[in-house]
Design a protein around this ligand. Structure first.
Ligand code: F0G
Length: 462
């Protein structure tokens, strides 16, 4: 019996962990979630699916129906926009181990203003910021933290630029676990910093960046029994892939031409790509959207990896961007991301700080809003249209990863002309039409009326 077959035979729930490089399969991961043989990343695989290959089309149509029916159910697993798709997730014999906050179920919005500005007929946004803690991290957290509880861990930990820590702390508190958060000092948005404090995490601000925090945590989990919940943990990506399934269901299984995703540690684009590939292998869809990954110019490790090394070797960078969520220079899942770019035919692009700020205000103009890291998608779309990679009539979906209120300081600074002070001296003219700083007005009806009339005149002129 091969090691893989043995691992499968031992698995009651039909999934295994497989190394993306050497293909070795394991029943359970080491503390730092790297392949014990070659040190590369692991992914969750479901050998049982391949064995039932002949039946996949039948199974596929059954799944679509089952998922739809579960929307009417009052069962707590069915109420989650992640566990509703549990057929494509690791199985929990005891569903009572699952820690859920009713994650997923996030809306798809039209962005007419952004569409006009980008030069496409129609633009949709899947708003993952509408998750319980305000970011897409919740969809992966529910799966990985449930595995932690099932495996008997009492402590969980992550390094974070803010959203992972907020999510982990909430799920840990909800499930009766303790959580340890390592965050870079001074480079984390207030909304995000406040969350783990309320949720009772042990929060450590380290005088280093995200990459430094992750390095320390990786060493820590080797020396102390604590479960690692960064996106190197492949169970995180299993949960995050359900956003792709949910999106396709919301589009009535009509595959869009383009899906545009921000890139930081590169877990999310990898997860969405995995979800899409699995849907295709099961016959639920027949083509893939081109999945493009957008990074900030100052944190462009994947862009450089693709351009300078043909995606073969990681180019790390010293990351700097006001979109702090993606201020990451040594992305863990780069190899998985490169594979998704290759398999879907997507592009990897970078956008400037000014482009991010404008794009965020544009998304706000559609009444939707998001945090800066999410706005790279709209900024990237504009670039991809200019390059002729995205065509006007094509169907495009942006993945907005975090809620506007995660980083109110960025928004205020932008509208008050305090953002990008030195960096963008020459950029203010471009940014000004999007700025709407609060006006100081005398407490008199006449004064407010004057302001209103002036605004009406400006509107009419535009
Ligand atoms: N958007 C937001 C709002 C994020 O918080 C992150 C990552 C990303 C995009 C990038 O996703 O890392 O999967 O490529 N935030 C992590 C954190 C790193 O610690 O919260 P990615």
């Amino acid at each position: 019996m091969t090691a893989g077959a043995k691992a499968r035979a031992e698995m009651k729930d039909g999934h295994a962990l497989r190394c993306i490089e050497c293909g070795a399969e394991f029943k359970r991961a080491e503390a730092e979630f790297r392949c014990p043989r070659c040190g590369d990343l692991l992914e969750v695989v479901y050998p049982a699916w391949a064995e039932s290959e002949a039946k996949t089309t039948v199974w596929g149509s059954h799944l679509k129906q089952a998922w739809r029916e579960r929307k009417l159910s009052l069962d707590s697993q069915d109420a989650s926009g992640v566990w509703r798709f549990r057929d494509l997730l690791p199985h929990f014999a005891d569903a009572g181990q699952i820690i859920s906050l009713r994650e997923g179920n996030t809306p798809v919005f039209e962005l007419p203003h952004c569409a006009r500005s980008a030069g496409v007929d129609r633009l949709l946004a899947k708003h993952q910021g509408m998750n319980p803690t305000g970011s897409f991290k919740d969809t992966g957290m529910t799966v990985a933290i449930s595995v932690a509880r099932q495996q008997g861990f009492s402590w969980v930990a992550c390094a974070s630029t803010g959203n992972t820590s907020a999510s982990m702390a909430a799920y840990a508190a909800h499930g009766g676990l303790r959580s340890l958060v390592l965050i870079p000092e001074g480079k984390i948005a207030w909304g995000k910093l406040s969350q783990p404090l309320d949720y009772g995490a042990l929060t450590c601000q380290l005088r280093t960046d995200f990459d430094g925090c992750l390095r320390i945590l990786t060493e820590l989990v080797r020396r102390h029994p604590i479960y690692l919940l960064n996106s190197i943990n492949p169970y995180r990506l299993e949960g995050q892939k359900t956003a792709a399934i949910e999106l396709l269901e919301q589009l009535d299984w009509e595959v869009p031409d383009h899906l545009i995703v921000p890139g930081g540690n590169l877990g999310n684009c990898s997860a969405l790509g995995k979800g899409l590939e699995e849907l295709r292998s099961l016959g639920l869809i027949h083509t893939l959207p081109k999945l493009s990954v957008i990074q900030a110019e100052g944190a462009n490790a994947l862009v450089r990896t693709v351009r300078e090394q043909g995606g073969k070797q990681l180019v790390t960078v010293k990351a700097e961007t006001a979109a702090t969520a993606i201020r990451i220079g040594n992305p863990v899942s780069w190899k998985k991301a490169v594979r998704v770019l290759e398999s879907t035919g997507g592009r990897c692009e970078q956008v400037s700080e000014a482009e991010i700020a404008i794009a965020k205000a544009e998304i706000g103009s559609d009444g939707v809003g998001c945090e800066p890291a999410s706005a790279v998608t709209q900024a990237g779309l504009k670039k991809l249209v200019r390059q002729g990679f995205v065509h006007r009539q094509q169907r495009v979906v942006l993945v907005l990863t975090g809620h506007l209120l995660k980083d109110p300081e960025y928004t205020l600074k932008f509208h008050r002309r305090e953002l990008l002070t030195e960096a963008a001296e020459g950029e203010w003219e471009r940014l000004d039409p999007y700025r709407r700083a609060p006006l100081e007005v005398e407490p008199e009806v006449e004064a407010v009326l004057r302001v209103l009339e002036k605004a009406e005149k400006t509107d009419a002129a535009n």
